[in-house]
Design a protein around this ligand. Structure first.
Ligand SMILES: N[C@@H](CCC(=O)N[C@@H](CS)C(=O)NCC(=O)O)C(=O)O
Length: 254
């Protein structure tokens, strides 16, 4: 699924700020090597991750949120969608879908925000399930989230921001779909504090990364008190931040 950094590194998207990754596969950039500390354990590797994305992108926020909640620092490369940087060859080698986000982890690029969340949970052992059953439940919610919640909410948001044009018939269709998804979530959260299992997981992170933008999509969450209470619980997690607190406007290299 992922592309190696070897190919991807030839032309950085943001030439001024981004450090090109090593051309020879054997020679990982110094920044990507685990640095030993006095007690022999790997230091918090602040150069391990680079997130490529855009402030304003829900899926980019979701990945930044996971890293922030996991207390893991990351470099950030702003991809200018307005200028079409996401469709340029030097970005498409990082993300074949020509979308943000992409995450570089060492020498490998990961794409699709839900798959990135899963990768980070596996690697950092945070916000994950412990048993196969728990892990499966979390995956089910991540698929559901993109299928039933993210699409209508993000389409309505894009319309409200003037980024997509469609008529009232389609708007009503998405609105109905979003409300049906919210009703289901409301029901589930009446039975449990967190979405998938008894602890917050990447399923909560993925869903929060959509519902954060509900107001911008003209979706009122007040008829969903369990969802609203869950949202508050989520926002109280250590390391939580709003999109503007987590994603810079411009590239930031650590
Ligand atoms: N399913 C993808 C969705 C990513 C996505 O829709 N990204 C938008 C920005 S929020 C994008 O890159 N749009 C440009 C395009 O699709 O051409 C993910 O989760 O990573």
């Amino acid at each position: 699924m992922a592309k190696t950094a070897k190919k991807a590194a030839k032309k950085p998207v943001v030439k001024k700020a981004e450090k090109p990754v090593a051309k020879k596969q054997a020679a990982a950039p110094a920044a990507d090597r685990k640095k030993p500390v006095a007690n022999g354990a790997p230091a918090a590797d602040k150069q391990r991750f680079t997130l490529y994305g855009m402030l304003g992108s829900g899926p980019t926020y979701t990945v930044g949120l996971m890293l922030s909640l996991s207390r893991h620092p990351f470099s950030y490369i702003h991809v200018n969608l307005r200028e079409g940087q996401h469709k340029q060859p030097d970005y498409v080698v990082k993300n074949r879908y020509g979308q943000v986000p992409a995450l570089r982890d060492g020498q490998t690029y990961y794409v699709q925000s839900a798959a990135i969340l899963q990768h980070l949970a596996d690697e950092l052992h945070r916000f994950d399930g412990k048993t196969d059953q728990e892990k499966n439940r979390i995956r089910e919610w991540l698929f559901w989230q993109w299928d039933k919640l993210a699409i209508p909410v993000f389409r309505l948001r894009a319309r409200a921001r003037g980024l997509r044009q469609f008529g009232d018939e389609v708007r009503i269709m998405y609105d109905t779909e979003a409300k049906a998804a919210l009703a289901l979530l409301e029901n589930e959260l009446g039975r449990a504090e967190w979405v998938a299992i008894k602890r917050p997981t990447i399923a909560d992170i993925g869903i929060y990364g959509v519902l954060r933008y509900a107001a911008e999509a003209n979706i009122d969450l007040t008829p969903y008190p369990n969802v609203t209470a869950w949202k508050k619980r989520f926002e109280a997690l250590p390391g939580f931040g709003a999109p503007e607190q987590i994603l810079p406007m411009e590239s930031r290299l650590l």
